[in-house]
Design a protein around this ligand. Sequence first.
Ligand SMILES: [Zn+2]
Length: 339
Amino acid sequence: MLKKLKLSHLLAFALAAIAAIMSVTIGSSWEPVTAQNQSQVQKQAQKPAEAPVQIISLQNAGLQLQEVAQGVYALIASTDLPPVPAPTIAIANGGIVIGSENVLVIDPFQSSDLAELLISTVKSLTDKPIKYVLNTHYHFDHTGGNVAFVKRGIPVIGRSVIREYIQSGKNNTAGVTPPTVIVNSQTDLWLGDRQVRIERVDGHSAGTDLVAYVPDVKVLFTGDMVFNKRIPWTGDSEIRQWQGSLYRLIATFPDAKVVPGHGDVTDVTGLQAQQAYFSWLERTALEWKAQILTKEQVLEKFAKVPDAYKDYKFKGLYPLNLESAYEQFTRSKIIPLIP
Ligand SMILES: [Zn+2]
């Protein structure tokens, strides 16, 4: 009961924060593309005479296509938060893994517009078909584009209670099309002769986190286990589980190129930086506990993002990090290390 209360309290805070951000900063821009702004976007897309006919370009979507290894691509989103951007500007990163026979797509962004852009990007790289889509977790900025694949009959893979979360509209996922294949343990996908290993991790998204590893080129797609040079979203995270998963990823994949859920492509140093951020947050929270500070005092006294993280994006999420750290580190909350 106590845990339920705390979780519902956290969730309410997170939703209130999102609602506040959205009402102040985006108004109706989270709605589907209007005729007016669609024509603006189309005009922008039509600027180069030879541009293909599509509603948005990678550039307009704030995405950069990078070949991380032979046949393995990352689409890196550069936008900052808040405000939450329009559905045509990507918040999270996506991935493309091309095998000898077919293709895996990872995290099709937050809208069908961006998913269509992802599909056209795959077509520009290969004529092999997309065989699977992977959701690294349920959050809307990684799953909103599922609809474009499900309507084409392409399986979308997710973990555990991801369908239930999305079907209940948890954390702004109302209207998102849920995955059609559920995996709960380590799973190998074969794209012809190329293997992609899907592994379970925990801590970011209440039991739906997965990572994907391409062994032949040592590329690891971490989903939101890594926010590279960004303040992480902790709205429904268990930070101690997240720390445990980071320890395991660092030990298991010390040589990997790392494609994070948010931020630039990195390597083990990106995993270590995420780990260091949480270690710092934990140490800080234990100081609050020693000083017997209330949560309200913490939110007021420590509102400024420390200098060490002043270059990070997503600073609007920082108060939520304080809240999560207070709840999870100062109150001796008992959490299961394995959910
Ligand atoms: Zn997330």
